[in-house]
Structure formats: C-alpha cells, structure tokens
Design a protein around this ligand. Structure first.
Ligand code: FES
Length: 728
C-alpha cells in the first residue's frame, strides 16, 4: 500500500502559505486531490470540499485527538480524563466542555454584547481618528478583539493592552523567534491570571463570563476542575481573538485594494450581512485542522490507514470551484453559505456569532468614519506565520482626519437588530394577497433583491417575508403576504391584525438569496414566490441583462404583480395560470436558455423539485417556500405535525407542537444547545439520534447519511416516526 500512495512534496507551514495559501491547495487539488506527504512525519492532505466536510463530521473515523503531524506524539485518548484541550477530544469526552460554553456564545447572548463591542470599537478608533493615519492592525484589529474578549471574560483593563500584542505574537510566531518568546511569556502571564480570576470570582462573583463559568457543574453534578476551566478559558481567548484580527485585517486590505467593493458597502450597508460570509469564505483566518484516522477507510477513492494523520484545510474547501464558482473572486452578494471557515461537525467554532459581531462592528465603523482610507502598499506586511493562520502584521493607512465620537451608551450596527416600524398601507393586490408598506422614523437600511425581513408579529410568531418593492426607496419597505387558511397562523395574523398605524417589530433586511452579476437570467416563480423574483427582475432589467420570467400560479387573479409585470416588460414575461395552461413547461424553457444563463427560482416545493430535476447544466439559485405559501419558512413545513422527543441525557420528554421547530422546543430545556443558521445548511445543530426516525429537511446530509439515520439537523428536521430520542 505504501508504494501505491500518491505522494507529493507539500509543506503547509512553508512561507508561501503566508502570502497565498489558496494557490498551493488549488494546484494540489488539480494534481492529486488526496495526497500523501512525508512532511512532519507523514500525513495526508485533502483539498476537496466534499472530503473535508465529511472528515470533519465523522469523528468516529477521524478523531480530533492530536497526532504527530507537528512532531507531537500520537495519542488516541482511551481514558475518560482530559488528556488534551477540549478541541482535541471527541464526543462524548468533549461534550461537557462544549455544553459549558454554548450558552455564553449563543446568538442571543452575543446580541446582548453588541453595545459593549460597539463601545470598544468607538474607543479604539477615537484614539487615532484625529491623526489622519494609523496602523489598522496595532490600532484596531488587534486591540478590539482582545479588549472585547478579555472584558467579557472579566480580565482587568490593564491586561487588555498588555496581552493584545503578545496574543498576536503567539499565533504568528516562527519557532525559536523573538516573537515566540514574547508569546510564550504572555501565555504564562495569561495562565496565572486565569487561575487568579477563577479564585477571585468564586469568592466574589461579578457579572462577567468567568464568574458564570466557575458556577457551572458537569451533567454528573461534579464541579469542573480548575485545569478543565483553565483550558476552556484559554481556548476562548485563543480561538476568538487572533482569528478575528486576521479576518478583519484581510478584509480591510481587500477593501483598500478594491474601492468598488468598499463604495458598494458604504452605499448599501445592509449588504455587510451576507458579505461577511463571503469574506469569511475567502479569507478563512484559521486555515486548517488535522484529524487522526481511527480505522482503515478511504478518502475519495484513496485508501488510508488507522493511525495516520490527515490535514483538512478549510481554506481549500472554501476555494473548491465545484462548490464556489470562481472562488478566487470576492463577490459581495454571492451566496457563500456552506463555507467552512468556522469548521463543521463537533468542533464547529462555538464563537461564530461573537466573531461576526466584532468583525461587523469594526468594518462598519471604518466605513463610516474612515471612508477614504488609503493603504500604504509598501508598509503593509502580511503575517509571517508558521501556524495555520493568515493575516497581517501591519496595515498602515492614511485618511481624512475625523472627530471623536465619545463612548456611546449603546449602539447596535449588526444589521440583525430589531427596529420598530409602522404599517403605512395595506393593499389587496391579488386573490388572498395583501401588500404591506412599512415605514420607520427616517431612512431605512438598504437592501438588495432577494432580501427578506423577519416580522415579529404581535403574538410573538416570527415570519420571514421577501422584500418586493424598490431597493432605491429607502423611506419604506414593501412585502406581500398570501393568506393561508390552512397555514400555521402567521399569514392569518398578518391579514387579520396588521392595519395602517399598527407598529410591528422587524429584524433585517437579511439576504440569503442574492442576485449575482450575469449577462443572462431565467427567472422562475410559482405563486407568492414572485415576491423576491419581482425585485430581481427590476434589477436585472436596470442592469441591461438579457432576462426572461416564467411565472406560474393557480389562477390569473391569484398571481400578484402579474398584470404590472406583463404590462411593463411584455414578452419577456410568460404568465402560466394553471387553470388556463397547466404547469409551466420548464424543460422547454431550460432547453431554450443560452449557455451561461443563471436560473433563479422561488416557489413551492413541487416547483423547486421539478426545476432541480430539469435544469440540466444551468447554474441554479433557489429560495424555498412551503407549499406555495407566503411565508419564507424553511424551518417548518405546512403539513407539520406534533411529535414527542426524549432528550436522553437531560432525562426529559417534550412535545414538539406543529408550529414550533424541534430546536425551539429543545432550547426551552437545554438553552445552550448549539445552532447558527436555523436553515439547515451550517451543521451547527447536528445531533445524534438514538432512537426513532428523523424527517430530514437539511441541505447537509447525503442520501446515505439520511438512510443511516444516526444524526439530524434539529433546526429544520422533524420526526417521521412516533417519537425521537436524541443524545442531548
Ligand atoms: Fe445550521 Fe441547524 S443551525 S444546520
């Protein structure tokens, strides 16, 4: 077997990985996507998205236990003790540590930190804004994540400055260098401080994260030891600080070098929501991890053996052209969901929400306060790192001096914040469909075609509706809602209670269905799925693109915007009322489409399935609705039924009603259960199924994994049997 190995010379610690980590992986993917290298005692290198995601999710076959890639003795932990950092353990040994930190880093917990994050960014930028020049690493991207993380944990202010530089040194250090010595010294100081703070907070608790951590116990009721808590706290610092420094630095350099992207983000600040994921995909601050192979198996078609190590480079997965077309380009409004910069599986980054919140606040304030910053290309210095992290050591810039803001009492700029809007008009626009116009106190955040709002209805139900007005109109938002008498009550509540003058809480706009640039589009809409498509049609036409729309509905009178679209765009629009013409002829439309046409489709599941089966080689972008309904609800199908779930470790059995997700019901009992996207694509909520059969509705599990039935995504999937038993 040794002789047949596809062996290459490959060193992921080589200096070129500092400058351009993408190219060597791309070359290797083209030459040999699963390759053996003798570097660092010998290990496999994978480069395809599919292989990397599979390895990261299969911890029974690919253990997180540390091996000998970096010259460290190979260990497969067999005891129940904590032989390594929690990130180097597999479930169930890693589970108590993960469950310890999840509640601290949930989306709602991080939302509560946003004003504190904004305060730190404001304070740091106030420190140099009047100077007209700064080094954005030393004066922004390094001190902010350090101060936020240490402040949140409970470190005293004097430590923030003391540790900021050395934390960066720690991850940038070449072995044997002066930086490594400085980083090591800081590590010693940090360790002492962590233990001191744990003791102090046990004696006198405050509201910081360490005070909370030292009060927690294991599921068995035993307290965590100081060594265990110390490891967890160290990882919270190590995992969150310098990766955010790196991502923010790379993005600031990109925006300096691509003024068109910078201008677009200044013009359309709401775009930062989806663009954040694209920057994460492109710059993947933590380049790779490694796993130890626990049994003989294959990767792709390549046989690999127990005890060997395998490198799983997130940055290579994020640049796999099979998954992300033209991966080398930053496309602000592409749909980069599924990037692996936070990993996937058991060790997906618990701090993803916190990292995003810090990143967004830093970028937002730079674009607001230093909009004309210019990079000194000579002084800009990439991090010379032996680790697996890319980033910058110096980003010198000049800009028009600005004024200090002073420390705000509160400030929120994540784009996910709740705003109170007033219904300005309700207008029937088709059978069973009303259009709502919502206004605020002044200008509203901008949006792009494909974006939606979360409406928090008076009953507390949250429903998503695509924006269908004109993005140029920043004085109001417009959504259209179909009344579904057999639905789960959201559309009925909208129709029955939302009248002019009523105020409603709104989150967003958010955009998971962006319109990418293209010369030709074929839009396909079914029923109320016309809402995002109508905004796309307007944008495509304004761009001078070659486009057509195929729009089906039950009857002509039920098809919102049909008359206006036909009148405005003539033969480009083909209306297909089912009672007159039957179903749209998708095959004919796709056959007639020229190569390079991008297909955008929104509508009921039946239409989407038909489109997916007939679209052939055309690039397809879809937005899923349930059963032709008005609500953009990937989480709960229209025909959902209630079921029982037993949480084995919590010892509780719950009823999941037909109008709640499994995740929502579980969070009542296990508030720290991890989740992120809530749409079945990120893998954060993957949970082991101990008994029962899941009804899978995610976009991660393969057909074989669904058939195996041992895990499920609890944010969108439900129960196909009478009850489920989960490993929670
Ligand atoms: Fe993302 Fe469930 S939270 S897959």
């Amino acid at each position: 077997m040794e002789a047949a190995r596809p062996t290459v010379e490959f060193d992921h610690h080589a200096p070129e990985f500092t400058i351009d980590p993408v190219r060597p992986y791309a070359e290797l993917r083209a030459e040999c996507p699963v390759a053996w290298t003798e570097s660092y005692g010998g290990h496999w290198v994978t480069t395809r998205y599919e292989d990397i995601a599979r390895i990261a999710r299969d911890d029974a076959t690919f253990s997180s236990a540390r091996g000998d890639v970096d010259g460290i003795a190979f260990v497969i932990p067999e005891s129940k003790a904590l032989p390594q950092y929690p990130i180097e353990l597999d479930p169930p040994e890693s589970t108590p540590y993960r469950e310890l930190i999840n509640p601290l880093l949930s989306r709602s917990a991080v939302d509560a930190l946003v004003p504190m994050i904004a305060k730190h960014v404001t304070e740091v930028i106030d420190g140099f804004i009047e100077d007209g020049s700064a080094d954005l690493v030393h004066q922004l991207t390094n001190p902010v994540p350090t101060a936020v993380t240490l402040d949140w944990l409970g470190f005293p202010r004097e430590d923030w400055k003391r540790l900021a530089g050395p934390i960066h040194d720690l991850f940038a250090a070449i072995p044997g260098s002066e930086r490594e010595r400085r980083g090591g010294e800081a590590l010693g100081f940090m360790g002492d401080r962590i233990f001191q703070l744990m003791n102090d907070r046990r004696a006198e608790p405050t509201s910081d994260a360490i005070s909370w951590l030292v009060r927690q116990v294991k599921p068995s009721g035993e307290p965590f030891t100081d060594d265990e808590l110390g490891s967890v706290i160290f990882l919270l610092i190590a995992g969150g600080v310098d990766t955010t420094t790196s991502l923010t630095g790379s993005t600031l350099v990109h925006l300096a070098q691509h003024p068109e992207d910078r201008e677009r983000l200044i013009r359309e600040p709401a775009l930062l929501d989806v663009a954040t994921e694209e920057f994460l995909r492109k710059f993947a601050p933590s380049q790779s991890m490694a796993r130890t192979i626990m049994k003989d198996t294959t990767i792709g078609a390549c046989p690999v053996m127990r005890g060997e190590r395998v490198l799983i480079p997130w940055i290579a997965a994020n640049h796999d052209p099979e998954v992300f077309p033209e991966p080398e380009k930053v496309v602000l409004d592409r749909d980069p969901r599924g990037h692996l910069s936070f990993g996937i599986g058991t060790h997906r980054c618990a701090g993803a929400h916190l990292a995003r919140a810090m990143f967004r606040e830093m970028i937002t304030q730079v674009l607001e306060r230093l909009p004309d910053y210019t990079l000194d290309p000579v002084g800009a210095t990439p991090t010379e790192s032996w680790g697996n992290q890319s980033g910058w050591d110096a980003i010198p810039v000049t800009f028009t001096p600005g004024r200090k803001r002073g420390i705000p009492a509160t400030k929120t700029t994540t784009g996910l914040d709740v705003q109170l809007l007033t219904i300005a008009a309700v207008e029937p626009i088709a059978d069973g469909v009303v259009s709502l116009r919502l206004v605020g106190d002044g200008q509203l955040p901008g949006w792009e075609p494909g974006a939606h709002l979360d409406l928090i209805l008076p009953s507390g139900k949250v429903r998503q509706y695509s924006l269908c007005g004109d993005p140029a109109d920043t004085s109001s938002y417009r959504v259209a809602v179909l009344h579904e008498p057999a639905g789960r009550g959201g559309s009925a509540e909208v129709h029955e209670t939302l009248a002019p003058g009523v105020t409603v809480r709104v989150r967003g706009p958010k955009n998971h269905f962006p319109l990418v640039d293209a010369e030709r589009y074929l839009f396909v809409a079914g029923g109320i799925g016309i809402t995002p498509i109508s905004a796309m049609v307007r944008a495509a036409d304004a761009r001078g693109a070659d486009w057509t729309l195929l729009y089906g509905g039950r009857t002509r009178a039920s098809m919102a915007f049909a008359g206006r679209l036909k009148e405005q765009y003539g033969d480009r629009v083909q209306l297909v009322p089912q009672d007159e013409f039957g179903h749209p002829d998708l095959a004919a439309a796709f056959t007639a489409a020229k190569p390079g046409t991008k297909v955008y489709c929104c509508g009921p599941e039946g239409l989407l399935t038909a489109v997916e089966q007939t679209v052939g080689g055309l690039e397809l972008h879809v937005e899923r609705f349930t059963g032709g309904g008005a609500e953009r609800i990937p989480a709960i199908p229209a025909d959902a039924r209630s079921f029982e779930v037993t949480l084995a470790r919590a010892g509780r059995t719950l009823t999941v009603p037909d109008d709640r997700t499994l995740l929502e019901a579980i969070r009542d009992v296990v508030p720290g259960v991890p989740y992120d996207c809530e749409e079945g694509y990120c893998g954060s909520c993957e949970t082991r199924v101990l008994a029962g059969q899941a009804e899978h509705r995610d976009s991660i599990l393969s057909a074989a994994e669904r058939a195996d039935g041992s895990t499920m995504m609890i944010c969108v999937s439900r129960c196909a049997s009478d009850r489920l038993t989960l490993d929670l």
